[in-house]
Design a protein around this ligand. Sequence first.
Ligand SMILES: Nc1ncnc2c1ncn2[C@@H]1O[C@H](COP(=O)(O)OP(=O)(O)O)[C@@H](O)[C@H]1O
Ligand SMILES: CC(C)(COP(=O)(O)O)[C@@H](O)C(=O)NCCC(=O)O
Length: 608
Amino acid sequence: MAGITENHQALGIDKESAEVNNNSSSNKKSVHNRLLEKDKEEGSQGGDMAPSAGSSIKRSGSRPQLDVSKAEIQGNVEEKYPTILLPNQSDDLSHLALDIGGSLIKLVYFSRHEDQSTDDKRKRSVKERLGLSNGNRRSFPILGGRLHFVKFETRKINECLDFINSKQLHNGGTESPYADGANDGNAIIKATGGGAYKYADLFKERLGVSLDKEDEMNCLVAGANFLLKAIRHEAFTHMEGQKEFVQIDPNDLFPYLLVNIGSGVSMIKVDGDGKFERVSGTNVGGGTYWGLGRLLTKCKSFDELLELSQKGDNRTIDMLVGDIYGGLDYSKIGLSASTIASSFGKTISEKKELEDYRPEDISLSLLRMISYNIGQISYLNALRFGLKRIFFGGFFIRGHAYTMDTISFAVQFWSKGEAQAMFLRHEGFLGALGAFMSYEKHGLDDLMVHQLVERFPMGAPYTGGKIHGPPLGDLNEKISWMEKFLQKGTEITAPVPMAPAAGTTGLGGFEVPLSRGSSLRSDASALNVGVLHLVPTLEVFPLLADLKTYEPNTIDLADPSELEYWFTILSEHLPDLVDKVIMLSRKRALQLKAVWSVSLNLRYILSD
Ligand SMILES: Nc1ncnc2c1ncn2[C@@H]1O[C@H](COP(=O)(O)OP(=O)(O)O)[C@@H](O)[C@H]1O
Ligand SMILES: CC(C)(COP(=O)(O)O)[C@@H](O)C(=O)NCCC(=O)O
């Protein structure tokens, strides 16, 4: 669909892998028994898994709660594994949040379930035939999940409503019992931005949902704090075409200045979680570039305008110090001949008609003027409060090298290198993330750095295919994986530094654009926003008979007795599993046996 950026990746943590993350002796026993007696168990699993009606699984802190009050079996009661309807279960309903801005609508949504692609279905049916699956029941929460980021143009709000509807995001997703409009009109979605007020009636009318309005500044700050604390490789600097990720110490984050460049610009001094003050703003922002740019160039889209700028030369539009001083620097006050003395100042020439000014040059001058101005005002505000770090968000930036270079240059130049401009990979989603986190029971606030891992939309922008990557921790790993996978080498986007370009003038000039790149990359790849995967650590084991006596722990395979215990179980289980696979394919069974045996034996090599 036009105008949509969606980064959908599956491959969430599946429940089998999560199940063995527990270590109490009773737990060991149930996993062991389950592995060895799965055929026998098939008939009794339902009783084990479904908590009795009226009780509820208690989780620590603010983790999602399973509410089974008024639970009832839905559909045919004779069915072996009937779906259990949980009418009061709210967590799956509260997984979508919106930021409806002046220009763009941003959606963040959480999905717990694997995408039902053909591949997934095939995998599931194999699992079922092997007796490794619990069939189609959803009688306990599936562990793990994903955060997705999508945006739409606000002027095309109907596309957004259609998207939400097609995925039933307002009703908990297509697999939810509330899908297809079965909600009773009480569904609530957290929303921020001016559009949460402006379009509340439209959402009610079209989707039957109420928008629960969250304060925009609150959300921006909550989103930024969350990203800066929880996501590695979120913040980066961008100077003279070079991108460098910055490791943020979550304990040394505050204070900082957050500059959100949306349609307009807000500057917020952030002192802590929920502690902030909007100290300034400017109406010359992203909307100005897009609006004025459209008027001047007749471009049809923001990206077209941005792309034009990459072919422009601002010297035909901007009046430089040299134009005024007969080619000389004004070095006494630190201005080189190439410094822009007056943006658009040269378009008053009597020798030229208005049509003689190229749209490419106009777009570049405009982009430079607005970016530089924002950088400068931001620095002045940082100076006001003694802040050294300035984080820039908002979709105006759009991961665009020239924009970031210009902002960085302004900050560096005016602060004489004292302050630093940093950018955020989820730049435009701060508000939406903040709104998402405002659901009381998500518990995302206490997520630690390693609980969210990222998988990149590696293949999608290039091949049109859906390609899933492994969880990638290290930046180099990301790049090499992508390169290996796509064999596209340098075409891989954002993490790859841009080619170094000519430097800026030492005297504060801003000669030629530094990082224009050859063509604007597709939305998804320019933003380079991967889907965030929530990886549970100490989740409650879903088959536990008695939750109260359960003591969460993780298996320490460095402990020889633990290692022996678990590898013995796995080894004993191998012939049994191979038998099952033989029923499907002898060749695959032998392959499985070989691979598994090697893996199990590897421990001896590793422990040597
Ligand atoms: N596809 C796009 N359509 C319109 N504007 C875009 C697009 N991509 C980036 N932008 C820029 O992003 C700005 C909006 O940024 P955003 O952070 O979403 O703010 P808002 O909340 O005001 O919509 C626009 O004014 C424009 O400069
Ligand atoms: C009013 C806004 C907070 C709305 O946010 P936006 O939709 O632009 O992201 C923003 O446009 C803004 O801060 N404008 C600048 C107003 C001023 O301080 O002059």
